[in-house]
Ligand binder design. Structure first.
Ligand code: F0G
Length: 535
């Protein structure tokens, strides 16, 4: 048979099985809800929205395979079944490239040969990767499951901070990153360390031709290598316990990081004996960008690209709530017998110290605050979220959203990243009296809910606390509103509605109110907590 004609349009990778009705809420009802929730979008009841682009985190529509895996969830307090398949799924995805073992299939296909289950799943030793197994995980734990990404950040930074300050309490310690997420930065600061952002705001905002969006990508999420080198020269090496790379770079408009940049940062870290960690949220989307736009990897599978990316890391924190992997879950992993373990195991193994904190705060190591159901859905999701057909569709939708906005002259950052579109508020309000301190982005998010029932999120001067930062720190703050796409939830019709709503708002932008912070200006992570007031 002849192979199918290429239509220039991809074959759709999935179809819906269950739908959810959107309630026909009126503008007056939304106005009342806005008032009673102090105009803070985080406090607005989601059931009263038509479309919700607040976050791509935990909002994924799970696949039928994930739902079926969920039924195999084992709620035992010690060493539930899913623990073993999850750890092996992590080895598969991050270490084994094109040769995964997929031991999850032993459970899902109902294998009841006990010897086989013991030999292939429950009692398999494994070492020298990100996830020790059998006796090695007991002896030198290096894989920690937690409820979400920020718990992994807490675990990592609170533990290393204690070690560092015991070593020398007079030194200041710095964690450079291509872009710290807000919770990462907050966890670093709360642990008495300093967070440093090394991206160039001007590169992110640089114009990019709409007609090239499909063809090329400048990897605007890269760490600025010049800034990294300068930083390392300025500060003594013992003050830099880790270098961090966030892939994709959510703080820098969700832009991807190239493999070349990963390699260069790895070289610099390792020349200086500094461990390189990834904030691996959205690693799969990042891998797909590498495949599409970094010519050396065009013929590589996504699995092989992920294996290559992680071969440079000494460890990673991750929120499994991203990348279509699961609705819940996070983790901290580091390479067995690697630089991180060596650098931080002075008096006792760093893994043992981390495990103690994990048990004290989240639960014992085999469930880490997750239910057995979450664990099984996540193990299945690790395979689902790294499929090329899924990723192609995902990035196609984000691109469609960005292009439709750009066609209507709405200043969206181009090319878009994988999980969201970001609108540049400085350009949105060009020619209108709207200063940075007037929080125009907040006005935008409030009006988009009020008139059209669509939720977005300000990630600019309000969220990143412009008024409390030094001039130097302000350099790292973009003035943007983000619309993050839940995975597999929305169709083209939803995006078309959102585009029409934003275009209408843009036409009437001179009517968007300035906003003041009415309550809680100085609260930490204030965007989740403060009360606002449109003027
Ligand atoms: N790192 C990055 C890059 C993130 O985007 C997030 C979460 C986290 C860490 C923390 O993970 O939420 O599981 O604790 N980002 C979500 C967002 C909340 O909407 O961008 P978490």
């Amino acid at each position: 048979m002849k192979s199918q004609v290429d239509l220039g349009v991809p074959i759709p990778p999935h179809k819906a099985l269950v739908t959810r009705v959107i309630k026909q809420v009126t503008k007056e009802q939304r106005e009342r809800a806005l008032q009673e929730t102090e105009y803070n979008v985080f406090s607005f009841p989601s059931d009263l929205l038509f479309l919700d682009f607040l976050s791509d985190s935990g909002t994924t529509t799970m696949t039928d395979l994930q739902w079926s895996a969920l039924f195999h969830g084992d709620e035992s307090y010690g060493r539930n079944k899913g623990y073993y398949v999850l750890l092996d799924a992590i080895r598969d995805v991050f270490e084994r490239g094109d040769s995964p073992k997929k031991s999850i299939e032993l459970l899902l296909s109902g294998v009841d040969d006990v010897e086989r289950l013991m030999n292939e799943l429950y009692l398999v030793p494994y070492e020298e990767g990100f996830v020790n197994g059998g006796i090695h995980q007991l002896d030198r734990p290096n894989a920690f499951i937690v409820p979400q990404g920020r718990c992994a950040e807490f675990l990592l930074f609170s533990t290393i901070s204690k070690i560092l300050h015991k070593r020398d309490s007079n030194l200041e310690y710095y964690i450079p990153n291509n872009g710290h997420f807000d919770t990462t930065e907050a966890n670093i600061v709360a642990s008495g360390l300093h967070a440093v952002n090394l991206f160039d705001k001007n590169i992110i905002l640089e114009e990019f031709p709409l007609e090239s969006v499909e063809m090329s990508n400048p990897f605007k999420g890269n760490m600025d290598i010049r800034l990294l080198k300068e930083f390392i020269k300025e500060i003594s090496l013992e003050q830099i316990p880790l270098i961090y790379l966030t892939i994709t770079n959510n703080t820098a408009a969700g832009q991807p990081v190239s493999l070349k940049n990963i390699q260069t940062v790895s070289e610099i870290s390792h020349e200086n004996n500094i461990p390189l960690f990834f904030d691996a949220c959205r690693f799969a989307e990042n891998a797909y960008f590498i495949k599409l736009y970094e010519s050396d990897y065009r013929s590589w599978s996504i699995k092989k690209i992920i294996q290559k990316m992680f071969s440079y890391a000494d460890g990673f924190t991750i929120s499994f709530k991203k990348d279509g992997l699961a609705n819940m879950g996070g983790g901290l992993f580091f390479r067995d017998k690697g630089v991180f373990q060596t650098n931080f195991s002075e008096n006792s193994d760093i893994g043992t110290q981390l495990k103690v904190t994990q048990i004290l705060t989240f639960g014992n190591d085999s469930y880490g605050g997750l239910s057995g159901r979450d664990i099984m859905a996540l193990a299945a999701g690790l395979y689902e979220g790294t499929k090329e057909s899924y990723l192609a569709n995902r990035l196609r939708q984000t691109r469609y959203f960005a292009k439709e906005l750009a066609i209507r002259e709405i200043p969206v950052i181009l090319p878009p990243g994988g999980h969201a579109v970001y609108i540049d508020m400085n350009r949105f309000f060009e020619g209108i009296d709207m200063k940075i301190e007037d929080y125009g982005g907040l006005g935008f998010t409030i009006e988009l809910i009020r008139h059209f029932g669509v939720r977005s999120c300000e990630l600019g001067p309000f969220a990143f606390e412009w008024d409390q930062k030094t001039n130097e720190q302000r350099e790292g703050i973009l003035n943007v509103v983000r619309l993050a796409l839940p995975r597999n939830a929305y169709e083209t019709s939803h995006i078309d509605y959102a585009v029409a709503a934003i275009a209408e708002l843009y036409k009437n932008r001179e009517k968007i109110p300035k906003v003041e912070i009415a309550r809680g200006r100085n609260l930490p992570l204030r965007h989740f907590q403060t009360g606002l007031k449109p003027k």
